[in-house]
Design a binder for this molecule. Structure first.
Ligand code: SF4
Ligand code: SF4
Length: 351
């Protein structure tokens, strides 16, 4: 197995940091090559919400690539949003259309059908632009995630699937183990060549803000995610997609070569995990948990603006207005991700 590079750089001089990452990861000759840049445009959000890629990272990456003579395109497939008429409107709200200059494209219009008979997900659609480019650059946001613990390079690739298909995949694979395998399968369809994680300003699971001021580069998304989880102070194998990739031999922690100072983000909290890992207490807790308890989303009616984005994105259509039908809810937590008011919280509930 070849070594995996993980490059950590201070983002104070962002153009310099980006140039160093490209220099270390290659390729050296970018002239006239078609490069697709895929940020994380989850939903219509301002940069200070820390749920989408910082537009400064996008604009500096585009500048670097254009300076090297590349033909650049920027785009993503955000979650469907009741408040926006198009994905371009969502990207515009995030400041990403301006950051991309004239390189921004709608990539949801002409998806290509992929057939993978040996996969868990045997057929799916991928934006054609992702498959056609010479070089694919991924710019994920460093985030916690209720379902997958963290969302980093591999989860960012779920966005190569056009918006409306993503909730359907959640509905088809509600179990976290299956869903994680599917996310890894989608990533491996066309892995990015260069990854640069936006870890400049981040928010943890409790909504606490940190300013690590870093970008993290790499050429293997599983290795990059492993390193990012270490920075959050957890066992990286707690991130289900990292665990799946490790089991499938898609990377090996001992093959990671770090370049730059490794830094912990002290205090960064992640969603619930069982205490007493690998003990009989955990075993018993898990059984009780499955039988009695559910971590369910609850809408705070006082904070809710009635925008219906959650209703629109919910795979099994469990949300009506401000009410959730828990007999239908598959606990995918898409509603949490898309809510612009942070009006949906996780509560423990007898089910
Ligand atoms: S809970 Fe959030 S996403 Fe759902 S309708 Fe209210 S504000 Fe919109
Ligand atoms: S209510 Fe929320 S967590 Fe439950 S299925 Fe719908 S989107 Fe997923």
């Amino acid at each position: 197995m070849k070594k995996h590079s993980v490059i950590i750089r201070d983002a104070t001089d962002l153009p310099q940091a980006i140039a160093e990452i490209f220099k270390l990861l290659g390729p050296t000759d970018l002239a006239r090559r078609s490069v697709f840049v895929k940020p994380n445009i989850l939903r219509a959000a301002r940069v200070q919400e820390c749920v989408v890629t910082d537009p400064r990272l996008i604009s500096e990456t585009v500048s670097f690539l254009q300076g090297a003579g590349a033909q650049v395109m920027v785009g993503d497939n955000p979650m469907p949003d009741q408040r926006s008429s198009s994905e371009g409107e969502i990207a515009g709200y995030c400041g990403i259309v301006d950051a991309a200059g004239n390189t921004y494209r709608n990539i949801g219009r002409y998806p290509k059908k992929m057939r993978k008979p040996n996969n868990l997900l045997r057929e799916f659609y991928v934006s054609r632009e992702i498959l056609d480019c010479d070089l694919l650059v991924s710019l994920p946001k460093y985030k916690s995630h209720e379902l997958t613990t963290m969302t980093l390079a591999v989860k960012n690739h779920f966005g190569i699937i056009p918006g409306g298909f993503k909730p359907a995949i959640h509905a088809l694979f509600p179990r976290i183990d299956d869903f994680s395998r599917v996310i890894v399968e989608i990533y491996e369809t066309r892995p990015p060549d260069v990854i640069i994680v936006d870890c400049m300003e981040v928010i943890d699971a409790q909504g606490k803000r940190y300013r690590p001021g870093m970008i993290i580069g790499g050429d293997n998304g599983h290795a990059v995610d492993y390193a990012c989880a270490l920075m959050a102070g957890i066992d990286p194998l707690r991130v289900p997609t990292v665990r799946v990739a490790r089991e499938q031999g898609l990377f090996a922690p001992e093959m990671i070569e770090y370049n730059g100072a490794f830094r912990r983000i002290h205090g960064f909290s992640l969603p619930f995990v069982f205490p007493f890992r690998n003990s009989i207490v955990e075993f018993v807790s898990r059984i009780l948990y499955r039988i009695w308890m559910g971590r369910v989303p609850v809408i705070d009616a006082d904070l809710c603006s009635g925008c219906r984005s959650c209703e629109n994105v919910c795979p099994p259509r469990a949300i009506k207005g401000k009410c959730i039908d828990y007999s239908k809810c598959i606990k995918c937590y898409c509603c949490l991700e898309v809510c612009p008011r942070r009006a949906i919280r996780i509560r423990y509930k007898l089910v």
